[in-house]
Structure formats: structure tokens, C-alpha cells
Design a protein around this ligand. Structure first.
Ligand code: AHG
Ligand code: MN
Ligand code: MN
Length: 333
């Protein structure tokens, strides 16, 4: 019998002295949310969930119907069981305290309910990203400031990828494991144990339409890659851009690569596009746990002390030797 995600988490928990089962309970609620989201994403137009909701989120981005539906699914699946003190999401301006009718717990969860949502109407892979933090000791009613913890304090991070198969990839600080949803039995089954990112790669992912706005080190790196065999790298590179970070990170876990959404000058009020709490930190935790590296170009992402819930950061992550090279370019110029 193959191992389910919940069996895997319970066995991991047994190794932790004094563990109460709270963490396992929380993860299993998140897993249920991801199964429900997978179902809705999969049905698509059949259940009328595609298209725009006609509203904007706190970041001024147009919300898709599914951005709102998946946010609601995630809340409903996780708020009731007494494992959480509060949550925060890309789609909500303020934190979401656990309603008074439910017991409160010691964890916080932050999430991006639907990552890559611009892809939903064109039937390209999307995902859900989550990160579990501890509420500060003795805090029963957390405020936004309690969520502003550096990525190094994450207890667990994961993503669900709704692609040709639905997968869930998770770390709680002891490596990275990947599970595939078997729709016939409704369980995630361990199919990708101990995922590792190759140290070297010849593949990069970046939205090149922003090239004029990038900083010199990133321009230099990409120029050198596209120069191919006759350029300074002396080898041909391949390029991908899915516009779903979950899909890009998953590809990198499977076959290596570098993903960049770097600092640019397109909108000087934003340091980057991706959000530190909901996207950059959880993905950095996963990438580092798989032997990769994650940086803004100037500093390790997980070391950043967040200044706001919806803070954005530049992201450069993936195969270690290439990310190291890009960081070096940032020092040289
Ligand atoms: P979201 O759909 O949650 O807003 O995130 C989309 C993100 C990320 O997944 C992706 O890598 C990037 O935005 C795509 O940006 P461009 O449309 O600028 O390429
Ligand atoms: Mn996203
Ligand atoms: Mn999103």
C-alpha cells in the first residue's frame, strides 16, 4: 500500500517529542482545502467559475471569480478546528482572526489561494501556496505585526499544483516531499520522496518583456545565457515562462532551473512583483530544503524581516550554482 500524505505527516510528527497533533490536524485541513480547490479548478467552465469577479484586491489587481472562491474554501476548511489563531491571504487586506465561535490554536497560516490566476481562463496550470508560522508565545488574538516574521521561522510550507495531475509538495524542515492526488480514492499519495534540485542547470525562467526595467546584473545574466555557445557561458540555454510561480518552482524541483522575478523600475513603488509572505518565503523554504538557493540578488529572502503583510520582494531562486552566480553579478556591478 502506498503512503498517503496524512500518514507521512503523522509519522513525521511521531518523531517530534511533545507534539500534540495540532500540526497534523492543520495540515490535513489544508489538504482538504487543496482537494476542494483542485475539484473546482478542474470543473472550470462546467460550474461557472471562470472569468473576472469585477473587483480588485488590496494590491490593485483584478480578482478572478476563482481568486475569491478559493480564498473562501481555504478559510472554511481551516478556521473551525482550533489549530489556528489567525490567517492572512493575498486576497484580503487585513488579517483574518478566527471567529469567536471557534476554539483558537497556536498557529498562523498565510496563503496565496490561487497562484497564477491569470492562467485560469486559458486552462494553464495554477496553484495554491501556504506557509505555517507559530503565533508569538502567549498571543491569543494576533494582529498583523505578529505575522511579520522572517521566513526562517516557518514551521512548514507547501504548494498544491493543479496541472495535468494535482500534486502537493511540502516541507516542514526535513527535506521536500511530493504527493500526487489519486482522484479515485481522494488521497494524496507519496510519489516524489526527497525532492532535490540539481546544482547546475541550463534553463532559466523570466518575463523578458520587462527587460528594459531590470537592473544591470540581471540584464547581464540573461544576455550571457541567450548568447549561447558563442557567448561567455559557452553553452546553449533554454527558457520557459509559465506565469504561475507554482508551476515554475515545480519544474525546477523536477529538472533544475532558475526562476527570476527580479527588482525592476516599472513601478518604483514596488520592489518586485511577488509577495514575501504568501509567495517568496514559502517557495524559498521549499527550494532551500531541496538544496537550492533563494535570494533577492542582494540578500537571502528568508532572512528579510517583513515590514508589511503585502510586501513585495525581488525573487531569484533555483539551482544553487546559477543563483550564486547571479548574486555574484549583483556584487560586481
Ligand atoms: P497571482 O496570480 O497569485 O497574482 O501570482 C502571479 C505571479 C506568479 O505566479 C507569476 O510568476 C507572476 O505573477 C507572473 O507575472 P507576469 O504576469 O508579470 O508574467
Ligand atoms: Mn501568486
Ligand atoms: Mn493569487
Amino acid at each position: 500500500m502506498s503512503k498517503s500524505l496524512i500518514q507521512f505527516i503523522i509519522e513525521e510528527q511521531r518523531a517530534i517529542p511533545g507534539a500534540t497533533g495540532d500540526f497534523t490536524g492543520l495540515v490535513s485541513d489544508i489538504v482538504i482545502a487543496c482537494k476542494q480547490i483542485s475539484h473546482d479548478v478542474n470543473k472550470g467552465a462546467l460550474i461557472g467559475v471562470l472569468g473576472s469577479a469585477g473587483s480588485e484586491n488590496v494590491q490593485g489587481e483584478t480578482q478572478k471569480k476563482l481568486d475569491i472562491i478559493t480564498n473562501e474554501i481555504f478559510i472554511k476548511a481551516t478556521e473551525w478546528a482550533g489549530h489556528l489563531a489567525a490567517m492572512a491571504s493575498e486576497e484580503m487586506e487585513d488579517i483574518y482572526p478566527i471567529p469567536a465561535r471557534y476554539p483558537k490554536g497556536k498557529y498562523l497560516v498565510v496563503f496565496d489561494p490561487l497562484d497564477g490566476s491569470s492562467n485560469i481562463d486559458v486552462n494553464i496550470s495554477v496553484g495554491t501556496i501556504f506557509s505555517i508560522l507559530r503565533a508569538p508565545q502567549g498571543v491569543e488574538n494576533p494582529v498583523a505585526a505578529d505575522f511579520l516574521q522572517p521566513g526562517t521561522t516557518q514551521v512548514c510550507a507547501g504548494y498544491a499544483l493543479y496541472g495535468p495531475a494535482t500534486m502537493l509538495v511540502i516541507t516542514s524542515g526535513h527535506g521536500v516531499n511530493g504527493f500526487t492526488l489519486d482522484n479515485d480514492i481522494g488521497e494524496f499519495i507519496l510519489t516524489h520522496p526527497d525532492m532535490r534540485i540539481s546544482e547546475d542547470t541550463r534553463e532559466f525562467a523570466i518575463n523578458s518583456s520587462n527587460e528594459q526595467f531590470w537592473e544591470k546584473p540581471v540584464q547581464r545574466y540573461v544576455e550571457e545565457c541567450v548568447a549561447g555557445k558563442n557567448g561567455p557561458r559557452g553553452t546553449a540555454f533554454n527558457m520557459r515562462w509559465v506565469a504561475s510561480m507554482v508551476a515554475e518552482v515545480h519544474r525546477i524541483l523536477i529538472r533544475g532551473g532558475v526562476f527570476m522575478y527580479p527588482k525592476d523600475t516599472k513601478d518604483p513603488s514596488k520592489a518586485g512583483k511577488l509577495r514575501l509572505l504568501y509567495e517568496a518565503n514559502p517557495m524559498s523554504f521549499i527550494v532551500e530544503q531541496a538544496g537550492g538557493m533563494s535570494s533577492t540578488g542582494y540578500e537571502r529572502i528568508m532572512d528579510i524581516k517583513p515590514s508589511g503583510l503585502h510586501q513585495r520582494v525581488p525573487v531569484i531562486l533555483g539551482s544553487k550554482n546559477e543563483v550564486e552566480r547571479i548574486v555574484r553579478y549583483h556584487k560586481e556591478i
